[in-house]
Design a protein around this ligand. Structure first.
Ligand code: 6PG
Length: 499
């Protein structure tokens, strides 16, 4: 695809010029692509037109109707939707069909749609258009200067879209580190495979994002309440951690936030913010998905619960009065040792959250026959997205070394790390428990790790309980697993029968 600005036609049409649509449009223009734009809100259209003029790069054409919008494109026409998830996606597609969309034309949903809706839409419109999806991570700044893109749909449609998405996506250098906007590098636009897989991968990205954020907040809570450091001091701890294995966007912004003073009082800003977490739903989708498919993601799911628990503020205030804690004081004599333990606990728990996310992708990939490529996915998250971190290069290396890795924790590099840092993790969980500071993420990750390294779990007893009250049967360790047994528990004498 030529992206010469002198080309008469627009390369792509953008429907929806709100925060994300406008930013993606300006990014496309920066990269010399011509964009036709439409928005029912005329103010959005005007704002994009004005900002596009300042760039003087690709051409922006503001359109007042979908018919006009389609007339500016060459076949196959590429139309990107930057609109909220939900029914509106179908309403806009139906309007596009009425305006003359043809079967070879490509419609890309760049919203945060539920992946199963994306699959249903691809099927619904398969004879009328090519439905494609691209999940965008990185918020407004990412969309403007280099997001991570998770694209899915037909391989043929991808060929038409790829040059544009590769150009606008975030880039990394040969060491896997992000490069500044408009610099050359490996693109973080990842084609994940068949329809729905891109939105699914983004959903898991968000589940991991929830866990990453929650784990950082738990460490902050401990340092604040148990060790009594100031937000600024904790910010300094995170700044230091950002130089090592925990280097990531979320650690970086946390340090920045913690050093910010309030604008109208003399307090740290974080102390003035109400402790009720919001959520738009992608973390819950991840948790539901993991429960439905039977692939445990306890740390991700605990992070969703932690947000829900935080929102029960009035109930927690009652609890604060009537539930008295019996705790032990924290030994603060060796502060740097405690801080190092927290660092290792955060690293290990973070690793578990990623292991859970990749496991969920693996299970769903097998179920849907997607053949997700985990090297590409980890590499695609190294820049632009919210969970970008240097540690993602290690994950990519692990899957490159062993593509059929059963679990990320089993990769030699990570198994060694867990061994080296494990005692600190255990001490942190134990200290937080003795001091009464909740650590649902960090402690659930430790239980996950301990469960994953237990060759034998007490599920033998559980199976016997199920058989006792419900005749649900069990398998024996000395017989084939497919052979089912039951005890006549109410008989005397009891007998075991094969079912
Ligand atoms: C991203 C973010 C983005 C958004 C979340 C917020 O990758 O750019 O994940 O998608 O910030 O959806 O989600 P919550 O409101 O649920 O925290």
């Amino acid at each position: 695809m030529s992206n010469s600005p002198s080309s008469n036609h627009s390369h792509i049409a953008m429907i929806g010029l709100g925060v994300m649509g406008k930013s993606l449009t300006l990014n496309l223009l920066d990269n010399q692509f011509n964009v036709a734009g439409f928005d029912i809100d005329k103010e959005h259209l005007t704002a994009t037109t004005q900002e596009a003029k300042q760039l003087n790069k690709g051409t922006f054409l503001a359109c007042d109707s979908l018919t006009r919008l389609l007339s500016t494109l060459k076949s196959p026409r590429v139309i990107s939707l930057s609109i909220p998830a939900g029914k509106i996606v179908e309403q806009v597609i139906d309007d596009l069909l009425k305006a003359g969309l043809e079967p070879q034309d490509i419609v890309i949903d760049t919203g945060n749609s539920l992946w199963t809706d994306t699959i249903a839409r691809e099927q619904k419109y398969q004879s009328q258009l090519q439905f494609f999806s691209t999940a965008v991570s990185g918020g407004e700044q990412g969309a403007r200067f280099g997001p991570a893109l998770m694209a899915s749909g037909s391989a043929e449609a991808w060929q038409s879209i790829k040059p544009m998405w590769n150009a606008i996506a975030a880039k990394v250098d040969s060491n896997g580190l992000p490069v500044p906007p408009l610099h050359d590098g490996e693109s973080c636009a990842t084609y994940t495979g068949p329809s729905g897989s891109g939105h699914f991968v983004k959903m898991v990205h968000n589940g991991i994002e929830y866990a990453d954020m929650q784990l950082i907040c738990e460490v902050y809570h401990y340092l604040r309440e148990a060790i009594e450091l100031t937000p600024h001091q904790i910010g300094d701890v995170f700044t230091e951690w950002n130089q090592g294995v925990l280097n990531s966007y979320l650690i970086e912004i946390t340090a920045d936030i913690l050093k910010q003073q309030d604008f109208s009082t003399d307090h740290p800003l974080v102390d003035m913010i109400l402790d009720k977490a919001g959520q738009k739903g992608t973390g819950t989708w991840t948790a539901i998905n993991s429960l439905e498919i039977g692939c445990p993601t306890p740390t991700i799911t605990q992070s969703v619960y932690a947000r829900s628990l935080s929102s029960l503020k009035s109930r927690r205030l009652i609890g604060a009065k009537c539930l008295k804690a019996k705790t032990q004081p924290v030994d603060k004599t060796n502060l740097s040792a405690v801080i190092n333990e927290l660092h290792d606990a955060l690293y290990c728990a973070k690793l578990c959250a990623y292991a859970q996310g990749f496991d969920l992708m693996n299970a769903t990939s097998e179920q849907q026959n997607w053949q997700l490529n985990f090297v590409d996915i980890a590499k695609g998250w190294r820049a632009g997205c919210i969970i970008r971190a240097t540690f993602l290069q290690d994950i990519a290396n692990a899957y490159h070394h062993t593509p059929a890795l059963d679990n990320l924790l089993f990769a030699e590099h990570f198994a060694h790390q867990l061994e080296a840092r494990q005692l600190s993790w255990r001490k942190t969980v134990s200290n937080s428990s003795m001091h009464g500071i909740p650590m649902p993420g960090i402690s659930s990750a430790l239980s996950y790790f301990d469960s994953m390294r237990c060759g034998t779990l007490p599920a033998n007893l559980l199976q016997a309980q199920r058989d006792f009250f419900g005749s649900h049967t069990y398998s024996r360790i000395d017989q084939s697993e497919s052979a089912k047994y039951h005890v006549e528990w109410s008989h005397s004498p009891r007998v075991e029968v094969k079912r």
